[in-house]
Design a protein around this ligand. Structure first.
Ligand code: PLP
Length: 401
């Protein structure tokens, strides 16, 4: 079926909740995706940070299809090996004690909020439930995680929203300290705000938040749905901050392309989550976990060394491109701010025309390439982006707008 037909059918029958790029992707290999008419795209989005090993990694695809041929699902009424294997690896890699598996980032954050409130309830009673999140954060699209998301634009239309969330400006430890009262149960944050524009938190601030949470016995939840699983050059972004949270959530890159969410927690928080306290029909699905096991196994020291080397190469190259004002983020989570008059959405469209797929986050261009990228892939992306930016005339962009 050609692209035009695929797009037309989709537009007719699929809910219009997404502003899609007008292209169809049919197959992929490594860093490249292909359309039905043979168009080739160098993909620096990895499906929004999901395809950590690129398209159709052979070991990953074999593990997934092998498990599908063996046993595809059992429910959580029974034990299967891939789930426990993955849980053990995640605990060993992160220093956490237990894992709950769900199917998405939002679902992982829901689980984290529930676990934090349960800990607080058991120890302090029903009156301590508030979760403080940061202004400009993003935590998901369910009602509770939309409420947790510290951006006013997300708090429309779908009310009433949940009680028990408060928002504080990132980086301001005094404002946070002042907000904490006898109703506060947890603080939840992203170390690099992804959807908020690829904005990294200040390390001193993060340490001060940890100290405040220790002092007041608040549960510190770190949302690593986008930053986790090698994206920033370490397995967790927490390692850059020398931070040990009480709860960590993972999703996007963990499954290598299949839906998974994970809530990792320490013994103290895990203790309250007994039988019946939480659940998910698909959570810990063996096919998905078989894929995730390949992803986590691949992330040894040399794999992460490549992530760091490519990140340096990419960032060094980007700094030299015309019309680039500044770079943000950590590792292969890259935000690009342009000079006045250059719109990230225009750059995205022009890159797509030249066969490079990129993302935006707020006013910035955002790059989340597969972690398996080579030096040559980085060179190719820099070449395309460089030629797009060289042709961008700020005055012309303004006229068109
Ligand atoms: C993408 C994202 C989510 C939501 O994940 P879904 O899988 O879309 O539910 C939550 N938190 C952060 C930081 C994210 O980047």
């Amino acid at each position: 079926m050609d692209s035009e037909k695929v797009i037309k059918r989709d537009n007719e029958y699929v809910l219009h909740t997404y502003a899609r790029n007008p292209i169809v992707l049919e197959k992929g290999h490594g860093l490249y995706a292909e359309g039905p008419e043979g168009q080739k795209y160098l993909d620096f989005t990895s499906g929004i940070g999901v395809n950590s090993l690129g398209y159709c990694d052979m070991t990953w695809a074999e593990a997934v299809s092998g498990q599908a041929h063996k046993l595809q699902h059992t429910s959580n009424l029974y034990y299967t090996a891939p789930c426990g294997k993955l849980a053990k690896k995640l605990c060993k890699r992160t220093g956490q004690s237990r894992v709950f598996f769900g199917n998405s980032g939002a679902e992982a954050n829901e689980g984290a909020i529930k676990a934090a409130r349960k800990y607080s309830f058991d120890k302090y009673g029903a009156d301590r439930y508030n979760v403080i999140t940061l202004v400009n954060s993003f935590h998901g699209r369910t009602i509770a995680t939309l409420t947790a998301t510290g951006q006013g634009v997300f708090h429309n239309y779908f009310g009433p929203f949940n009680e028990g969330f408060q928002y504080v400006k990132a980086g301001d430890i005094d404002a946070l300290t002042e907000m904490v009262d006898r109703h506060t149960c947890a603080v939840m944050l992203e170390l690099v705000q992804g959807e908020g524009g690829v904005v990294a938190l200040d390390p001193e601030y993060v340490q001060a938040v940890r100290a405040l949470c220790d002092e007041k016995d608040l549960v510190l939840i770190v949302d690593e749905v986008q930053t986790g699983v090698g994206r920033t050059g370490t397995f967790l972004c927490c390692e850059h901050y020398n931070l040990q949270p009480d709860v960590v959530t993972l999703a996007k890159g963990l499954g290598g392309g299949l839906p998974i969410g994970a809530v990792l927690m320490n013994e103290k928080v895990a203790a309250g989550m007994g039988p019946g306290s939480h659940g998910s029909t698909f959570g810990g699905n063996p096919v998905v976990c078989a894929g995730a096991n390949v992803v986590v196994d691949r992330m040894d020291a040399s794999f992460l060394a490549n992530v760091n080397e490519r990140a340096v190469q990419l960032r060094t190259g980007l700094e030299k491109l015309p019309r680039v004002r500044s770079l943000s983020g950590i590792g292969l989570m890259v935000g690009i701010e342009f000079l006045e008059g250059i719109k990230a959405a225009d750059v995205l469209a022009a890159c797509r025309e030249k066969g490079l797929l990129v993302l935006t986050a707020k006013t910035r261009l955002r790059l989340l390439p597969p972690l398996t990228l080579t030096a040559h892939d980085v060179e190719m992306a820099l070449e395309i982006l460089g030629s797009v930016l060289a042709e961008m005339d700020p005055s012309k962009t303004e006229e068109q707008a």
